[in-house]
Design a protein around this ligand. Structure first.
Ligand code: PBG
Length: 326
């Protein structure tokens, strides 16, 4: 009872604050998304994501070496596919000499210990920009699973450590797991974007990869942001189907979901602080409205506090710098 209990005692110096601090952040917590493009010596800033770049494979190799040097040990690969290679069924996704497959090989070749996670979905390869095969304006579930599982095997073949299906088709984790087992890729993990909401925060990313849907939206497969109960259903299915890690996405607006899953399930949880979240911070900072550095750390800490075991974030490199300063 006041004045015997004074809560401010445990906040009164930085030493005592450090001693009672419950959550910590370090380079070990981050997954770095990378955007790969065709060509040589290309480092092109993404207009919708200031200070973030599309990289050709040669420069991605350099970047990955640098990431490894500063202690960042996991990357998440995305590719920008040329228009002429796009079709309805994502044929190019299975090309063993495709951009993704070449990127995985060269990066693993240069920095073998880097954990390479690959995005698995049709959208960058699809002429309609959707995550599945389209027929009469409908996104087909089961035929899409065939492509996703072949795509996963192809990534594993090239050397990927984890595949990360981000498509939200039903049953894909099982099909992918079975296909990997059948081909002998017992150790290739699955990080399932199991809890992925139909969010407007993916806009800047779709600009970066030129993957905006040509018609309609993704509401028939990504989750309705008015709901929370179906998150647990999704996760239970994915775990039963063989997912090793579950991802919640986007980050900050879905922190309630992250925290409730943290209390209910035992597989490691990842959170993806997505492109729109990044771009909002960058634009507010460019106007001088916020203290960018402090806000980046505050948001990253909030993911840890809510229960994320790992954070995919475009701020990873900046965060490592900031954490070295405190
Ligand atoms: C592909 C995919 C998307 C993102 C990750 N994987 C876009 C989408 O579903 O439309 C978004 C990531 C971001 O916004 O940073 N399915």
């Amino acid at each position: 009872m006041y004045p015997l209990n004074r809560n401010r005692r445990l906040r009164s110096s930085s030493a005592i604050r450090a001693l009672v601090r419950e959550n910590h952040l370090s380079n070990d917590d981050f997954i770095v998304p990378l955007f790969i493009v065709e060509g040589k010596n290309i480092k092109k800033e993404i207009i919708s994501m200031p200070d973030y770049y599309q990289l050709s494979i040669d420069l991605a190799e350099k970047e990955v070496k640098e990431l490894w040097k500063i202690g960042l040990k996991a990357i998440l690969l995305f590719v920008k596919v040329e228009d002429k290679l796009k079709d309805n069924s994502g044929t190019e996704a299975l090309n063993k000499d495709g951009l993704m497959q070449r990127a995985i090989k060269s990066i693993k070749n240069k920095v073998p210990e880097m954990l390479v996670i690959t995005d698995v979905a049709l959208d960058p390869y699809s002429s309609s920009g959707h995550d599945g095969i389209v027929e009469n304006f409908k996104i087909l579930n089961d035929p899409t699973l065939e492509v996703l599982s072949k795509m996963s095997v192809s990534h594993a073949n090239a050397g990927a450590d984890f595949v990360a299906p981000s498509d939200m088709m039903d049953g894909r984790v099982l099909k992918i797991r079975q296909a990997l087992e059948k081909e002998g890729f017992f150790d290739t993990g699955i990080m399932s974007y199991g809890v992925k909401y139909a969010s407007s925060l993916y806009g800047p990313f779709r600009n970066a990869l030129d993957s905006t849907p040509g018609f309609g939206d993704k509401n028939t497969y990504q989750m309705d942001y008015a709901n929370s109960k179906d998150a647990l259903n999704e996760v239970n299915n994915d775990i039963a189907e063989g997912a090793d890690i579950i991802m919640v996405k986007p980050g900050l607006p879905y922190i309630d979901i992250l925290n409730s899953l943290h209390k209910k399930i035992d597989v490691p949880l990842a959170v993806y602080q997505v492109s729109g979240e990044y771009s909002m911070l960058k634009s507010a900072a460019s106007k001088g409205f916020i203290d960018y550095d402090r806000l980046v750390l505050e948001q990253l800490f909030s993911f840890k506090r809510a229960g994320a075991a790992m954070i995919a974030t475009y701020h990873a490199k900046e965060a490592v710098n900031l954490l070295n300063q405190i």
